[in-house]
Design a protein around this ligand. Sequence first.
Ligand code: GUN
Ligand code: ZN
Length: 441
Amino acid sequence: MSGLSVRGRAAPVPTAILADLLDFQADPGLVDPISAAVRWRPAHWLLIDATGRIAAVQPEAPGDDWLKLDRSGQLLMPGFIDTHVHSPQLDVIASWGTELLDWLERYTFPAEARHADPDFARAAAALFLDALLAHGSTSAVVFPTVHLASTEALFEAARDRGMRLVTGKVLMDRNAPEALRDDVVQAERDCRAQIARWHGVGRLAYAVTPRFAVTSSPAQLSMAGRLLADHPGVYLQTHVAENRAEVAWIAELFPEARSYLDVYAGHGLLTERSVLAHGIWLDDADRRLLQQTGAQIAFCPSSNLFLGSGLFGWQQAAAQGVNVSLASDVGGGTSLAMLRNLADGYKLQAMAGQRLSAWALLHAATRGAAQALRLDQEIGSLEPGLMADACLWDWAVGPVALRRDGLARELHERVFAWMMLGDERNLVECWVGGVSRYLRT
Ligand code: GUN
Ligand code: ZN
């Protein structure tokens, strides 16, 4: 292919890429295929400086001191941001026949128990991050396992790749197998040590990570709240209101709470850096709480379909001003490719009576996610000063997609067909902080 010598180097060389650039300069809304928020710059050069940041976007070629890559006719977008994914669950992706609670018990917990072994965890973390990059996601909010070894391995592997990663040791002290349980005192000590070691180091951030209120005692949830209160800027990630049996169990475990989300609110876990996966079974009062706190919902369409969890109400969430991002939730989801998840998201919302624009979906996986994570000064668009996390895509792979692409009459039609028909096979190259980290062979 390109014979690029910069791939995987520790520092980027000043590089200029000529391609068709697509990103967003505002929120395009949910349904309008014509939007001033869309920034379409065909046949433009993206200039990446030696610090790995975007230096400029311009129609004319830069001077001789730039390494020039002519990728005319290919699509260059910000790297996708997967706001909810489980690194140990590549091993259980596509496991048959269960809803959430049985799926956890039968497949997921046994697979996660293997990550107590540091060598196993290191190999798994490397495989996982390389797979994310090979699917076009350059940033992610990730659940490892309860084991320190798996979190350490993930932070180290992300640091080695220069990736923006948000993660933290999973907290779970009940309703789980012995090999996956921690306790409040030791877990607090471990989290404080990990926050000191990793939060704010390079592009890494810590997320306090109670798995969900089923597997954390009230004492552990209170401890998680203390960690957040003591460390402004640290994230919170968890699951909420995904599955009806799960919601019923929460009502038994926390009879005093008004709702599932209220359990988290009551323990001080809702902040503008909280990422809550799913949020299918929420009501208006819950959505008000999300809006007031600035917490976001990570909509996980592939997982919601695969586990039969339900229809997320994006329209209601948007109407109440809730931040919504897109996520794969692998291994509940069946693909790391955000393109596949976006296509599933379109179909799920169609079932709910809403035809989302390609812009709404792509925005939620790039600039929208970056804003919800308060990281839009670093990632999510092709703007000078931001990190050069970008992916180069073929518009079409295979005879059907090629034919459809050739028939598209305007931009939204073309991008929508790309989004619905594309997957990781369309990915040509992926840069993280200006360094080429994936190149299709
Ligand atoms: N709820 C608690 N744990 C999990 C998990 O690993 N995956 C999903 N989809 N939901 C969860
Ligand atoms: Zn999940």
